[in-house]
Ligand binder design. Structure first.
Ligand SMILES: Nc1ncnc2c1ncn2[C@@H]1O[C@H](COP(=O)(O)OP(=O)(O)OP(=O)(O)O)[C@@H](O)[C@H]1O
Length: 291
């Protein structure tokens, strides 16, 4: 008997990828799987409608066709079901998919056929769901710049990067965890469940997505040499060799951001945030992964 998969599809996300072609790819590459499509509407009751769909059948898997926004909306709706989730990357940046080693629809099909599942921790940051990476400072400023540019995508990201490098500055942070307080100065502070950004830059080399812990990584390069060295280390996965990078592992923490550094969660820019509280969400999600 075929496995029953619910395919939750955002019809408008990303840069115009042909949905019919994607459906053909899924049909040709997912053997023994019957796919039922349900399209998101973008309205606030999508999560409730998804929960209704979940009751319709005993689903063997859920496919999410969309970008990071769609993935987070669906994940929040299916919490606690334990149904395996396959990401079909149809967003503009697809940071979450990349984090699971999924760079295109073929990768997604391969991950599902292989059936390799990663149990992934979820984190609550001030009431927002964080699956992968959240950060203050340099990168969040970059995300903010690229999302306000008219044309999104990698080119917008590159242009914004240059501008952001010119404006790079340090911020003060206070990290409170395990009854201790640490004051740090950094260009960027990352709350990391995953290992790398959608660009492939590694920020959390030893972090594991399902170990019940997240890492707080601070990065503070001084001058052009250290900035270049840092970029090379991130793209060559040699971050542990860089002196101004420090990583700590926690199950729970609070972070103060008195200088009002920009802040983002999984690629979504947050309003000014002076303090965050990071707590575990008591459910893991089973993602098909190639990492
Ligand atoms: N049928 C629809 N019509 C209009 N908007 C929709 C519809 N379905 C979902 N949306 C909107 O799509 C947005 C989510 O898009 P998503 O983040 O998945 O893709 P993206 O922004 O293109 O990619 P990424 O997040 O990877 O940059 C939400 O704002 C949601 O309200």
């Amino acid at each position: 008997m075929s496995k029953q998969f619910l395919y939750i599809l955002n019809p408008i996300s990303g840069d115009g990828v042909d949905r019919a072609e994607v459906s053909d790819l899924l049909a040709n590459n997912l053997y023994g799987v019957e796919v039922t499509v349900w399209e998101t509407t973008g309205k606030s009751d999508d999560p409730q409608k998804i929960q209704q769909q979940l009751k319709e059948k005993q689903w063997d898997g859920i496919l999410i066709g969309g970008g990071d926004g769609t993935i987070k909306m669906v994940v929040s709706a299916i919490l606690g079901t334990g149904i395996p989730v396959g990401i079909i990357p149809l967003g503009s940046a697809n940071g979450l998919a990349t984090g699971f080693g999924i760079h295109g629809v073929s990768d997604a099909c391969f991950a599902i056929q292989k059936g390799r599942i990663e149990k992934v921790d979820l984190w609550d940051i001030n009431g927002e769901l964080c699956i992968h990476l959240s950060d203050f400072g340099f990168n969040a400023g970059l995300v903010k710049k690229s999302t306000t540019m008219e044309k999104r995508g990698m080119l917008a990201y590159a242009k914004s990067s240059l501008e952001q490098f010119r404006e790079m500055r340090s911020y003060s942070f206070v990290i409170r965890a395990n009854g201790e307080e640490e004051k740090v100065t950094a260009k960027m502070l990352v709350v990391a469940n995953g290992n790398k950004y959608g660009t492939g830059a590694v920020i959390n080399p030893f972090g594991k997505v399902g170990d019940g812990k997240f890492e707080v990584v601070t990065v503070n390069p001084e001058g052009l040499d250290e900035i270049i060295g840092l970029s090379l280390a991130m793209f060559n996965d040699r971050l542990e060799e860089v002196d101004h990078v420090k990583s700590r592992s926690f199950e729970k923490a609070e972070i103060d951001n008195p200088d009002g550094a920009d802040f983002q969660i999984d690629g979504e820019v947050m309003p000014r945030t002076d303090q965050i509280k990071i707590e575990a969400i008591p459910h893991k999600v089973n993602f098909y992964s190639l990492e």
